[in-house]
Ligand binder design. Structure first.
Ligand SMILES: [Zn+2]
Length: 244
């Protein structure tokens, strides 16, 4: 308990000064010793801690909760959540600026500058889409808005995606399937394309994950689809700015 004649602000100042005084001593004579060889290994359940212990700990602390969130938010199962190429997303997210990651994350979870939230934040009078006047503008509607301006942007964006996929030597079959399935998701119609035998399993995995979530800057693409044939898009690079 601080003495009432001795104000707490003065204690803070003194403690802070003492800590700063100790710092040079601690740096000059560290109390941690470097062990030259590996005397033991550390395990958490069936995960062996690697030299990149920061990544391991981050995964143990956050991966379970993140996957549980997606399981609940998408009303899906852990098996389907595990179909997502999380490693690929990790790589892609690190390749774009932090503010872009923040934007993508907000859009993926649906909490961004859309009618639903702008009304709640008192920045807009109504929740309806300002373009097509659909009663509720949510993050999915942003992609599916039927207004001619929004549709034009959609088709231009898919074209840009195709150009990018072509530039990284994606097979025509995969491009054809991705383009068709994206358009069918956008228009809520059945995809009309012949899927080659070797792509069926990958397409089916993406079907289960949902094509809609795959749009958000390459988020939540199936690992199978990403690694089919010679294609490794998203796992190793992301579209140029303005592509998606
Ligand atoms: Zn709209």
């Amino acid at each position: 308990m601080p003495n009432r004649h001795y104000p707490s602000w003065r204690l803070n100042v003194e403690v802070d000064a003492a800590a700063k005084g100790h710092l040079p001593i601690a740096m000059a004579s560290p109390r941690h010793y470097l062990i030259e060889y590996k005397p033991w290994s550390i395990w958490y359940k069936d995960i062996k801690m690697s030299t990149n212990i920061r990544k391991d700990i981050y995964e143990i602390v956050h991966a379970y909760n993140a996957k549980t969130y997606w399981e609940s938010a998408r009303h899906t199962s852990r098996e389907i959540v595990n179909l997502v190429d999380w490693e690929g997303i990790d790589t892609s997210m690190k390749e774009v600026p932090r503010h872009q990651n923040t934007f993508v994350t907000k859009h993926v979870v649906g909490m961004c500058g859309i009618g639903k939230f702008l009304k709640r934040w008192k920045e807009r009078e109504t929740v309806e889409c300002p373009q097509c006047l659909t009663p509720v503008e949510d993050s999915v509607h942003v992609w599916r808005c039927p207004h001619p301006k929004a549709s034009a942007l959609w088709y231009r964006s898919v074209d840009n995606l195709m150009i990018w996929m072509e530039n990284i030597n994606t097979s025509w079959d995969i491009m054809d399937a991705v383009q068709t399935y994206l358009h069918s998701w956008m228009t809520d119609t059945s995809p009309n394309v012949d899927i080659p035998e070797d792509l069926l399993s990958a397409i089916s995995a993406q079907d289960m994950i949902d094509w809609g979530v795959s749009l958000k800057a390459g988020c939540q693409m199936s690992g199978q689809l990403l690694n089919t044939d010679t294609t490794h898009f998203s796992a190793h690079s992301v579209p140029e700015k303005g592509g998606w």
